[in-house]
Design a protein around this ligand. Structure first.
Ligand code: BTN
Length: 320
């Protein structure tokens, strides 16, 4: 790790508090001159760092730049070895993760300040303007291939828990992978799988999370005007939010009770009891959403006919 990252690590750890040059120097075994040089480099990168004679340096609270040190600072001890990659701009953090994690080991967090070709489910684009939260987690769970579809539900529940702690807004889950406030989508989740044909094993799962946070509607294409929602969070620290999502997701993937997760997922379900539209065997159909099955499918009823919708094959819209 570079000295600059180590200096940032200390400032992040004591964010909003003055840290003396002597303390930093002793911790990192570097001279006052070297500290000054590194602080100036960090300032040039956009970090707001105050300095005061006799008090030292302070990273300002409102600073919201993504960084490895900033995220790591909030990761639970048991995940402190996680590889973290911070990019300013990338086509898609999921696409990056799918290539990067091959032939490497361990769980990872890949984040970007913006995406130029963010991807959603079923080949759709995910609009990803600057300063949102775009993250992909590389997970290597010991889940059977036939249970792997459950990764989406685990990720949705993890993100839902974290966002619900941060806001008083009631956040609902729209089957299968979206989070809504009212009738607006504030977050989308795309889980992808890299498996090996030879071993018939899951190599890793990429769980991608995109959150529209503290941005302006003008930043999104106008065709999304009626659907995009923006979560307003005061004093947002994206590093902390990302770390908390990873802490929650890593813990859930490590050890979960399937029935309890389904209950939680179901209790925040936006669609239940509502009329939904979906395409089935080439026909546009309308039905009432009845339930989430024990496997996370959506059970709907059209007249007397009950239909189980599988997330891999279907996309459902609320009727207007
Ligand atoms: C959807 O709306 O269908 C899912 C959207 C998922 C977006 C996230 S942003 C981070 C990660 N990288 C991507 O390209 N997609 C996911």
């Amino acid at each position: 790790m570079t000295t600059r990252k180590k200096v940032l690590g200390i400032l992040e750890k004591y964010r909003d508090t003055y840290i003396s040059g002597q303390f930093i120097g002793e911790e990192l075994k570097i001279s006052r001159g070297a500290i000054w040089k590194n602080i100036n480099q960090l300032r040039a990168q956009g970090y707001e760092i105050e300095s005061k004679t006799n008090r030292g340096y302070r990273l300002l609270k409102g600073n919201d730049k993504l960084s490895d040190a900033g995220i790591r600072n909030y990761l639970k001890k048991e995940y402190s070895d996680t590889e973290i990659i911070v990019l300013d701009s990338v086509d898609s953090t999921n696409s990056f993760a799918k290539k990067y994690a091959v032939d490497r080991e361990g769980w990872m967090i890949i984040v970007a300040n913006k995406q130029t070709a963010g991807r959603g489910r079923r080949g759709r684009a995910f609009s990803s303007p600057e300063n949102g939260v775009y993250m992909s987690m590389v997970l290597r769970p010991t889940i059977d291939l036939h249970e792997i579809y459950f990764s989406t539900i685990l990720t949705v529940v993890a993100v839902h828990r974290v966002l619900s702690r941060l806001t008083d807004e009631k956040i609902m889950i729209k089957w299968v992978n979206d989070l809504f406030v009212g009738n607006r989508k504030i977050c989308g989740i795309l889980t992808e799988l890299v498996s090996s044909v030879e071993s018939m094993k899951v190599e890793f799962v990429v769980a991608g999370v995109g959150i529209n946070v503290n941005s302006s509607l003008n930043a999104y294409p106008c065709e999304l005007d009626k659907i995009v929602g923006i979560l307003e969070i005061s004093d947002l620290d994206r590093n902390k939010l990302i770390a908390e999502i990873a802490n929650e997701a890593f813990a859930i993937f490590d050890n979960y009770d399937k029935a309890a997760i389904i209950d939680e997922y179901k209790s925040f379900q936006l669609l239940l009891g509502k009329e939904v539209k979906f395409e089935n065997e080439g026909k546009l159909r309308t039905a009432i959403a009845l339930d989430i099955t024990e496997n996370g499918e959506l059970l709907v009823i059209d007249g007397d006919e009950k239909i189980i919708l599988n997330a891999g094959e279907i996309s459902v819209k609320l009727s207007e």
